[in-house]
Design a protein around this ligand. Sequence first.
Ligand code: ADP
Ligand code: MG
Length: 377
Amino acid sequence: MISPGKTIGVLGGGQLGRMLAQAAQRMGYRVHIYEPAEHCPAGEVAASEVNAAYTDEKALKEFARRVDVVTYEFENIPVEPLWKIEKLTTLRPHWGVLEVCQNRLREKQWLKKNNFPHVPFADVEAGGDVLAAVARVGRPCVIKTADFGYDGKGQLKIKDDASLTQAVKAFAAQHAVVEKWVDFKCELSVVVARTPKREARAFPVSENIHTRHILDFSIVPARVSSAVAHEAEQLAMAIAHKLEVVGLLAVELFLTDRGDLLVNELAPRPHNSGHYTLDACATSQFEQHVRAVCDAPLGDAGLRSPVVMVNILGDAWAKSEPDWEAVLSEPRAKLHLYGKKEARPGRKMGHFTIMADDVETALARARELKAKLYREA
Ligand code: ADP
Ligand code: MG
């Protein structure tokens, strides 16, 4: 076990790295952050911050030598430099996990090969035939870039001829995946932790509402039957075992109108939909990640209260400074801000959670507080 007092290196310095660093420090670990951009949210709270490119092998090796284990909070890191880190220190999750999860096509092919339920898809190589792929999958569908997509960036829904023409033009030179459009009842996600000793534990299933492709609300417990919740947890655990993840794995799912679960995306790191665990679970996803990558026993992932998490986007600053007092005056709400200086539309600046005796009450209160915070009410 990598004991408290040792040093954890984190690749990526966003809010996930910040909350990870805070959880690790509380347990007595030191945290070093590696992040290309200066003044990052995680660097502000960590013991040290290195600003260098992910392709800078010299800087990466130096970073690896100074820490006891390396983990990441971000998928879009080139894997080649990571092979070299793996020779110098322990990298968790191992680079093969990152290689599968950072590219939509590899991820879908991996799910298919291992018989996990997924959305029907077709591959379009750069310069390839978008029309043929759309014909194979059928309309409506959605085309997504294979690499570097997040928060709905690099995606286009194709229903009519106009959107098809637009897609052919926009995706002419990019490697992409065409996916069948899923009419879903709801979106769910499960965050699981797995240790080197193969102990695995799932956090309660979250029901996620996206607005303009960005997570807006996470509702826990998800409003699905206990059979569906159990199936989602088992599916996520099975994927984590098959991928041999050490650390966290977040599994995004669609619950279809017919009641089937389909895997949408995998993320081998803390996940936005798991932020509720900070306030509503006995152990947070961040602490659980620290425990897993340090080969410590996992903590209790049980839910202490029904909860709703609301993302605070840069849009909240559109009119003026958000109404913090509205959230802070609610005794069962918790505010989390990430220390980002510039509020751009769509940028994740923070989140708040609201606990209540049942999720419907929490959700109604969350919507009210969000409207006040954004000064729309
Ligand atoms: P990312 O989160 O990396 O931007 P996702 O593939 O998760 O990309 O897409 C973002 C959101 O867009 C999903 O959470 C979902 O709401 C919607 N979406 C994506 N793919 C589909 C699909 N095939 N059918 C229906 N909705 C989709
Ligand atoms: Mg997603």
